[in-house]
Design a protein around this ligand. Structure first.
Ligand SMILES: [Cu+2]
Length: 382
């Protein structure tokens, strides 16, 4: 009997996915001034059936933290710059695979059953993509990818090691200027949006052990599912790991990682965002946008300022729960009308659908405002 008959179900879909899971011990301690800390992580290159938004089970190759089971995408690796990270990677599958973070670490091919210990120094603070670079882009697309988040050494109110003056000034102004009343950015106010897509016919080929030619893959790729952090549509919109949530004046950093083979143009409503870094480089001009093209393998950081949405008319000194009582201050039949939610969806229309038609069941989520600058939450209670 083929070992692939014993597949596990990965935790996605109705069972909320968690994308943390590989947090080194050092991250749970208070910041220190030691320049080197040791963290050991374990990742298996594994397989699972993953439930899509329409209930279809799709075979995927996945990075797995053995303590938590397989995840689509792989667990987010978190560390602080200059940490020494030791990674034990084991290929449990039947063909060669690899683990790479470009410019940081590269396992080279791991043969079936092979394990390697990889040690690297955490690079400059920013957002990274790890993946299997073999048979590109097939192995990456079939699920072997995840995000890595590196925080600065001093856990300051700026997420970058050596930001450009524009980005440094922007973060310094948060909570310290009339334009950005409220609070500075803190590392806890960060969200990863990892984009991917699935064409199940190739996953089916992998499940039965057929080799997939990259050229045939690229020419024949017809995505049926688009995902954020492994989930589509309502699932992504109800996952508090994916939905930035907070009061006005509590800015969030959104770390967009495009593991997909398609370009995506995420579009956000309610607030414009500042593009603060692209592929680890902080921007010379942190300009505001409401949509931005993110190319395959790119990592684009957005600062979502959590300003009072400019489309709300009325006296800016009146709290929103008084100004728009039907949305913010009212409980109808036991159902609070808050929080105030704004969508984020792709501006490439194909990505709004799942399995060829349903809108909006593809790459879509939202962000939500739970309270005002005065520190009082609206009566939503969550
Ligand atoms: Cu839009």
């Amino acid at each position: 009997m083929n070992r692939r008959d014993f597949l596990k179900y990965a935790a996605v879909g109705a069972a909320a996915i968690t994308i943390d899971g590989c947090i080194p011990q050092s991250m749970r301690q208070q910041p220190t001034h030691h320049s080197h800390r040791l963290s050991t992580l374990t990742l298996n290159i594994s397989e699972a059936l993953v439930e899509m938004v329409d209930g279809t089970a799709v075979y995927m190759w996945l990075f797995e933290n053995p303590a938590k089971g397989p995840r689509f995408p792989g667990p987010t690796i978190s560390a602080q710059e200059r940490d020494t990270v030791t990674l034990s990677v084991t290929n449990t599958l039947d063909e060669d695979h690899s683990f790479i973070i470009p410019g940081v670490v590269d396992s080279g091919p791991l043969t079936p059953g092979e394990s390697k210990m990889l040690t690297f120094t955490a690079p400059a603070a920013g957002t990274y993509l790890y993946f299997d670079s073999l048979n590109a882009p097939v192995n990456r697309n079939l699920g072997l990818h995840g995000a890595m988040v590196i925080l600065p050494h001093d856990l300051s109110t700026n997420p970058y090691t050596d930001p450009t003056p524009a980005v440094r000034d922007l973060f310094n102004d948060l909570g310290n200027s009339a334009h950005f009343p409220g609070e500075p950015w803190i590392p806890e106010r960060s969200t990863v949006w990892l984009f991917s897509s699935v064409d199940p016919k190739f996953n089916q080929m992998a499940m039965v052990g057929n080799a997939i030619d990259p050229e045939k893959f690229i020419n024949g790729y017809l995505p049926r599912y688009f995902t954020i952090n492994g989930e589509s549509g309502a699932f992504a919109s109800h996952n508090h790991k994916t939905v930035p949530s907070g009061r006005i004046g509590q800015p969030h950093l959104i770390r967009i990682v495009n593991a997909d083979v398609n370009v995506h143009s995420p579009h956000i409503h309610g607030n414009h965002v500042y593009v603060t870094a692209i592929n680890g480089q902080s921007r010379e001009d942190a300009h505001m946008v409401d949509t931005y093209s993110v190319f395959p393998m790119d990592r684009v950081d957005w600062l979502l300022p959590f300003m009072r949405p400019p489309d709300i008319p009325g006296d800016p000194n009146v709290p929103l729960r008084e100004l728009i009582r039907n949305e913010m201050g009212m409980v109808l039949g036991g159902v609070p009308q808050a929080p105030l939610a704004y969508p984020m969806h792709g501006h490439d229309e194909l990505s709004q659908t799942a399995a060829g038609g349903n809108y909006p069941q593809g790459m879509v989520t939202h962000w939500e405002i739970t309270g005002d600058l005065d520190g009082v939450d609206f009566p939503s209670g969550h």
